[in-house]
Ligand binder design. Structure first.
Ligand code: COA
Ligand code: AMP
Length: 635
């Protein structure tokens, strides 16, 4: 099929408001949008400013009303616990309504924040939808974060309530969530009114009288009463959720997502980007703690009337490298979305792809990769073994959906390896030099998006309008700064090459090296430090910390290195994957005192590097090279 992408993109460019007006027809509104965009509202304008709606209604109720009551909405498949559960749209409505009722009984109402700190169980999705039903604003915190990170989010979001579970399960170990939650609530200045705890049989926990409530008890009581909990009418511009993501400091950024624009863009993307049809099975193997989980495990597939898979397991080891193919064949997945790192893990265990042949993948049509650069090796391997097209696409927590991808629903464009393909309608992507001038095609520069951002993208940061402007809008006036660098070729294909800030990407997880440095610097024996992300065959990047010690410390270097590793794990969490700290005699700096992190990284990665003209003392680079060699770090 010839692609209509170019016509569609041009039609959006000519009449952007007509494009989104048309897309908005796919949504059931309480009050239809009259105005599509108000350029005078917010920091760069607001979408659907006069409309009202409810996201839960669009994800659940309307499908029950219109013939999908008996269709599976969520299939929970948990190889790590050996459990499976299919939840139809009708059952989903009952679960969500009962939970919304239980929250309402606890005083949660429109505009209140609710933190969700849960493993990959269906109740995590019920919790998100129940909040949406009440017009409450959820903030999901990934289970791999430590108590301190959770406390930071409690202090920022000021939730009225927290929904959590007794434990999560990682290969070979059960992670008790309740002690982490208790510690976070002790640490935080803001004190939520109460919690709702899902007791899991793998490890239950004690509940504190008067504060902690048993999830099942309250929900069962609500189910028994069968009282309806109507969907609250909210403004399209009201927040649906806040999702924290790494910024350049230890203070994470609370990305705000609205209700109306989010639904419109996500619904469009299901066909336009993924070519998925209602009734089909769509699977994003991510976690509800990440944006991919919000958008493509929960909201978009349900908005579209698909069946979504909620998978609690890993690509390898639960129990083997064939798990993904087993899930796909058992549940008839047609569209699959994951991060390249998952494929690298599978390829390492099963390089010949022998597990693939054991399963019937006849309904599987296309694989989508995002979260980090999809290296051509991984794409080739996946194409060859799975015999389906593989599409890279590029987006961010901030945007909530694809910035650049292959618009398969409009007819796929030829794949160029190493490129996520082209700008989606809604995004005018440009590449600028540091002074803000456009660079010619093929030349590396700062990737920016001309304002306004399309629906679903963040209108602001939670309670931090000024930080939003400073972080994203001020450096290139009139544009949103993506903080990714890259280029556009003469056919309009985009190539993402690197971040322009201190963010690194570890196993598809976005982490701030600045946040790690803040923690390391707290060690009493550390005088100065730098954290860099070095290339890793499996995870893409891995953090490595370099430190200079104070004079006359009592402990050995090895002791301090171990302590620093433990501090980062304790304060950020295991997700930081921080395993290597290294004492060095000196750190290379410019004459104005800036640590030359990029040069250190190039040395570690074995890439070519130039002696920075402004370096204070070139000999230090030899010392660093020596230290890396000694530790077997250099590739
Ligand atoms: N709760 C508690 N701990 C968690 C956790 C969770 N939800 N998720 C991960 N962790 C822990 C891991 O157990 C690991 O701990 P360890 O240091 O004790 O081994 C640590 O955090 C680092 O996790 P990760 O970087 O994910 O490494 P891994 O070795 O456990 O798994 C992959 C590697 C590639 C298999 C895994 O990252 C993966 O499946 N990625 C898929 C892609 C993905 O989900 N991307 C997200 C955005 S799309
Ligand atoms: P997150 O907000 O966690 O989704 O991380 C977003 C960042 O991950 C982007 O700014 C990129 O640096 C990186 N990223 C995500 N998808 C891709 C991709 N397809 N290609 C290259 N980098 C990507």
């Amino acid at each position: 099929m010839a692609s209509s992408y170019h016509e569609v993109y041009e039609s959006w460019k000519k009449a952007p408001l007509d494009f989104w007006k048309e897309a908005a027809k796919e949504i059931d509104w309480f009050s239809e949008p009259d105005a599509i965009f108000d350029q005078n509202a917010g920091s760069y304008g607001r979408w659907f400013p006069d409309a009202t709606c409810n996201t839960c209604f669009n994800c659940v109720d309307r499908h029950v009303k219109r013939g999908r009551a008996g269709q599976p909405a969520i299939i929970y498949d948990s190889p790590i616990t050996g459990k499976q559960r299919t939840i139809t749209y009708e059952e989903l409505l009952k679960e969500v309504q009962a939970l919304a009722g239980a929250l309402k009984d606890q005083g949660v109402s429109k505009g209140d924040r609710v933190i969700i700190y849960m493993p990959m169980v269906p109740e995590a999705a019920f919790a998100m939808l129940a909040c949406a039903r009440l017009g409450a604003i959820h903030s999901v915190v990934f289970g791999g974060f430590a108590a301190k990170e959770l406390a930071t989010r409690i202090n920022d979001a000021k939730p009225k309530f927290i929904i959590s579970a007794s434990c999560g399960i990682e290969p070979g170990r059960v992670i008790a969530y309740k002690p982490l939650l208790d510690a976070a609530m002790d640490m935080s200045d803001h004190k939520p009114a109460g919690t709702l705890i899902l007791q899991r049989e793998q490890q239950t926990c004690d509940l504190i009288d008067g504060r902690d409530h048993d999830y099942e008890k309250l929900v069962e009581a609500r189910k028994a009463s069968a009282e309806e909990v109507p969907c609250e009418e909210v403004k399209a511009t009201d927040p649906l959720y806040v999702l924290y993501t790494s910024g350049t400091t230890g203070q994470p950024k609370g990305v705000v997502r609205d209700n109306g624009g989010h639904m419109v863009a996500l619904k469009w993307s299901m066909k336009g980007v993924y070519n998925a049809d209602p009734g089909e099975v769509f699977w994003a193997a991510s976690d509800v703690g990440w944006v991919v989980g919000h958008s493509y495990i929960v909201y978009a597939p349900l908005l579209h009337g698909c069946t979504t898979i909620l998978f609690e397991g890993k690509p390898v080891g639960t129990p083997d490298a064939g798990t993904f193919w087993r899930v796909m064949s058992e549940h008839g997945v047609s569209t699959f979305f994951t991060a390249p790192t998952a494929f690298r893990a599978i390829k390492k265990e099963d390089p010949k792809g022998e597990f693939v042949g054991k399963y019937d993948l006849s309904r599987f049509r296309a694989l989508f990769l995002a979260g980090e650069r999809a290296d051509p090796d991984t794409i080739h391997w996946a194409e060859e073994k799975l015999n389906v097209p593989v599409y890279d696409h590029w987006w961010q927590t901030e945007t909530g959906w694809t910035i650049a991808g292959n618009p398969v629903g409009l007819g796929a464009l030829p794949v160029k390896y190493g490129s996520p393909t082209v700008a989606m309608p809604g995004y005018d992507i440009q590449v600028l030099d540091d002074a803000g001038h456009p660079v010619e095609s093929g030349k590396l520069g700062n990737i920016v998006v001309k304002l306004p951002l399309p629906p679903a993208c963040l209108p602001t940061l939670w309670n931090a309008e000024q930080r939003f402007k400073e972080a994203y809008l001020m450096e290139f006036p009139g544009y949103y700064k993506t903080a990714d660098a890259g280029f556009i070729d003469d056919e309009g294909y985009l190539f993402i090459m690197a971040r322009t800030d201190d963010i690194i990407n570890v196993a598809g997880h976005r982490l701030s090296t600045g946040a790690m440095e803040e923690i390391i610097a707290e060690h009493e024996d550390v005088a100065e430090c730098a954290v860099i992300g070095i290339a890793d065959k499996l995870k893409g990047q891995m953090p490595v910390g370099l430190m200079i010690l104070n004079r006359g410390v009592d402990k050995t270097e090895a002791e301090i290195e171990r302590e620093v590793v433990a501090m980062v794990r304790d304060k950020i969490g295991p997700v930081a994957a921080f395993k290597t700290a290294l004492v060095v005699p000196r750190l290379p700096k410019t004459r104005s005192g800036k640590i030359l992190r990029a040069t250190i990284q190039k040395i570690a990665d074995g890439e070519e590097w130039k002696m920075p003209a402004t370096i204070d003392d070139p000999d230090i680079l030899d010392e660093i090279t020596e230290a890396f060699k000694k530790r077997g770090i250099m590739s």
